[in-house]
Design a protein around this ligand. Structure first.
Ligand SMILES: NC(=O)c1ccc[n+]([C@@H]2O[C@H](COP(=O)([O-])OP(=O)(O)OC[C@H]3O[C@@H](n4cnc5c(N)ncnc54)[C@H](O)[C@@H]3O)[C@@H](O)[C@H]2O)c1
Length: 415
């Protein structure tokens, strides 16, 4: 049996135990419109602290507790929310009776454990993207969420964008026609010699201040490594690289705009080309995803040129939808952002260009509203699942150096 198969079996066994506990969901309080929503957060690191600030902008919300394996984060979180209880073990946070919802902002390889444990403790959940580190975990988390009566939201904030509303409407109104191709890209740059994502190691990041075993979360034992702990994004054991860091936002947006099921196949090429700094995950990436009904979606990313920023183009027989975020216009040289529609003169000769007008919703306010109303958040667990599986299929194709089909992934919760 391979190491991966053993890990998968171990995970499924553990997840099944967690899910079984979760079948008897502990009583959760019913919130009135004016009741204060009490939050806890697991992993108040860089993103977690941003999320604390964002959630505190929502009226009538407070943080009650934080859990982090690194003592420094307790102090930082207390600067944002004085008076919070701080734990080094997430299970102590989940034991608290006075919590309504839990935010999970830990590294990717810990998401599934924190996702399942939070639901088993009967709390509502906001889990950062990507929903899970693997397809087996994504299957397990989706099933657990479906079995629960908990509100589950994912940190895919583009799902709350007005651009999604406008793009869906244009497609529904027939302005785009037959869509056979979507192209998307994401690009960044850094000064030469300084790799994207590499963070400095704080002096207090020592074995004494970090619960290293808890961070490893079932990964093979190894001595404390502050570089890996802080720069977990660079290593496959903890991360899915830029596919799970950034493609996930764009593919989830495209999947929702076009109402796409899981891809039927994935291809991915690329490598560690920009900075050979010991990282394992590629910085230069070209992904191709095949979808049923004659559609190909491509996503391309680089870390050594950012001229064209981030963008998506939905290419249809009757028109094009273009979504740009900080792309340099080829002709004017100006930075362009926003959603635009351009008619194809071949099939809509009288069509006019349009600009997106719908305002964004505040993603965290939408989640808190759902905690109160029990509605489904904009970034629901289904889109968390579908975007996670698409990303994992791409990474599998890269690592296996071959086309990966949906059948071969054994994803159980197909749509
Ligand atoms: N939605 C977005 O736009 C967005 C942006 C950035 C990051 N993220 C996501 O947020 C997550 C965190 O990213 P980050 O950059 O904040 O990482 P980070 O390393 O800065 O923070 C992670 C925190 O989790 C803690 N931690 C690690 N293992 C733990 C465990 N087992 N139990 C409790 N705490 C643990 C770490 O000590 C750290 O404080 C990632 O999944 C990332 O993809 C989302």
């Amino acid at each position: 049996m391979t190491k991966r198969t053993i890990e998968r079996r171990e995970f499924l066994k553990r997840a099944a135990a967690g899910a079984a506990v979760g079948l008897v969901y502990p009583h959760a309080r019913v919130l009135g419109a004016s009741d204060r929503v009490r939050l806890g957060i697991i992993g108040p690191g860089a993103r977690g602290q941003e999320l604390m600030h964002e959630f505190l902008k929502v009226p009538n919300v407070e943080f009650v507790a934080v859990a982090d394996v690194y003592t420094r984060r307790h102090d930082e979180a207390k600067q944002i929310a004085p008076g919070v209880k701080a734990f080094d073990d997430h299970r102590r946070l989940l034991d608290l009776k006075d919590l309504d919802a839990v935010i999970v902002a830990t590294p990717l390889h810990c998401h599934a454990r924190h996702f399942l444990d939070t639901l088993a403790a009967g709390k509502d959940l906001y889990c950062e993207k990507t929903m899970t580190w693997s397809i087996a975990e994504a299957d397990e988390c989706l099933q657990a969420a479906k079995r629960s009566n908990r509100v589950v939201g994912i940190g895919l904030q583009h799902q709350s964008s007005g651009q999604l509303v406008d793009a869906k409407q244009w497609i529904k109104d027939g302005l785009v026609g037959k869509i056979t191709s979507v192209e998307s890209w994401m690009s960044r740059n850094t000064p030469r010699g300084k790799g994207q994502w590499v963070r400095p190691i704080p002096a207090d990041c020592t074995a004494a201040n970090v619960r290293w075993e808890a961070f490893l979360n079932g990964r093979p034992r190894r001595p404390f490594d502050a570089y890996q702990f802080i720069n977990w994004r660079l290593f496959w054991d903890y991360s899915g690289g830029n596919v799970t860091e950034n493609m996930v936002h764009q593919i989830a947006w495209i999947m929702r705009a076009l109402d796409l099921p899981l891809p039927t196949a994935a291809y991915m090429s690329g490598g560690v080309f920009s900075e050979k700094d010991g990282r394992e995950v590629p910085d230069t990436i070209a992904v191709t995803l095949d979808f049923p009904n004659d559609l190909v979606v491509t996503w391309q990313s680089t870390f050594s040129n950012k001229r064209f920023g981030i963008g998506d183009r939905i290419l249809g027989s009757h028109g094009t939808i273009e979504r740009l975020m900080g792309a340099t216009d080829m002709v004017t040289g100006k930075s362009e952002s926003g959603l635009r529609y351009y008619p194809e003169k071949d099939n809509r000769p009288e069509g006019a260009a349009l600009a997106g007008e719908t305002k964004d919703q505040h993603h965290m306010t939408n989640f808190i509203d759902c905690v109160r109303t029990r509605k489904e958040p904009n970034a629901h667990v289904e889109i968390g699942y579908r975007s996670a599986v698409a990303g994992h299929m791409a990474n599998m194709a890269y690592r296996q150096k071959q086309r990966v089909t949906l059948e071969a992934t054994h994803a159980t919760a197909r749509r």
